[in-house]
Design a protein around this ligand. Structure first.
Ligand code: T6T
Length: 330
């Protein structure tokens, strides 16, 4: 009787051991700590600081390590060496906001050739159509971003309404070749073409320099004293254009629609300098970027494009906590 129960106990132990063994190996695989690198357009921009927070939240949720490494300005010349340094460290996946849709193709191909999956966040390379088998820039797994053509059209409608659907406007933009800001300008101009009373003047490119955008506003105003409005196509373009309007003494007369929503733009909404800000959801972009990488690394299929939303902020809703939560972190 005693022997039988001993055998029985040994049997139970053996089975328990086998279960523990198999559970052990399964969990070792499930709990592999992936390292996911996030390379922003530039490190000091509230947009990417907010994106990083979302990425960190997702990394925490799946037990991954997030490495945030970027350049101090929005420029392929400074971004490519950062990318090379990240590739050398062999992370499990790279999330990147490419600072040029053409110039980052070959540098990113090096990552893909080294077996590191690439996901682009915010901006894209090539046409932004990935995994199609066409072209030389379709190798990224996924593109996670705002719909920037739509965002540009939303900005156009807001500016058209602010200026009573008539007058001269222009786009303050960064530089050609950046997928996001190119698409915003396109969406803006296509939408503005529907307003016969509005003339869109030549775009002013500021190289992501708010001071340059401010001087350009004043120069455009000096040539066009009937300037009705300006669309700042990203954070620095909008901030600079708004400062230019203020320096020209035209607050409230020259209307400003801003893309992006750092605290400074929100202050400008409160003071009446900026009429509307189109806030992107950068934390969402970072969150879903990491989730897409994790899904891919664990053998799940991932959509080739993941679209995130906007929140339109003006003086009527800026104090609403459900709106204010989309103001970027600094
Ligand atoms: O507008 C964002 C981003 O979407 C764009 O690609 C570059 O500029 C920002 O980072 C704002 O400065």
């Amino acid at each position: 009787m005693q022997r039988r129960s001993l055998f029985k106990a040994a049997g139970v132990l053996a089975v328990a051991g086998a279960i523990a063994l198999s559970a052990g190996s399964a969990s070792a695989q499930d709990s592999k700590k992936f390292t996911i690198a996030l390379i922003p357009g530039l490190t000091t921009d509230a947009f990417y600081i907010t994106m990083r927070k979302g990425a960190e939240a997702a990394a925490k949720a799946v037990g991954a390590e997030l490495v945030f490494q970027g350049a101090p300005d929005f420029n392929p010349v400074t971004q490519v060496p950062v990318l090379d340094a990240v590739i050398a460290k062999k992370p499990d996946a790279i999330l990147i906001a490419p600072t040029d849709k053409t110039q980052l193709v070959q540098p990113l191909k090096k990552a893909a050739d080294a077996g590191i999956p690439v996901i682009t966040v915010d901006t894209f390379i090539g046409t932004g159509q990935y995994q199609t088998g066409a072209g030389d820039a379709d190798f990224p797994i996924s593109y996670v971003a705002s719909d920037n053509v739509l965002g540009g059209a939303m900005a156009a409608r807001a500016l058209a309404s602010a200026i009573g659907e008539k007058g001269k406007v222009y786009v303050s933009n960064v530089k050609p070749g950046i997928s996001t800001t190119d698409q915003r300008e396109q969406g803006f101009k296509d939408e503005m073409a529907k307003y016969p009373g509005i003339t869109v003047l030549e775009t002013q490119f500021n190289d992501n320099d708010a001071n340059k955008a401010a001087s350009q506003l004043q120069a455009v105003y000096a040539r066009n004293s009937d300037l009705a409005g300006v669309f700042g196509a990203n954070l620095f373009s909008a901030l600079g254009a708004a400062n230019g309007v203020q320096q020209a003494g035209q607050t409230g007369t020259v209307k400003v629609v801003a893309f992006d929503a750092p605290g400074s733009i929100v202050d400008n909404i409160n003071s009446g300098l900026v009429d509307v800000a189109i806030a992107q959801h950068p934390a969402e972009i970072g969150y879903f970027g990491v989730m897409a990488a994790y899904a891919h690394l664990t053998g799940n299929s991932v959509p080739t494009a993941i679209g995130t939303g906007f929140t339109v902020i003006d003086k009527n809703n800026v104090a609403d906590p459900n709106v204010a939560k989309f103001i970027y972190s600094e």
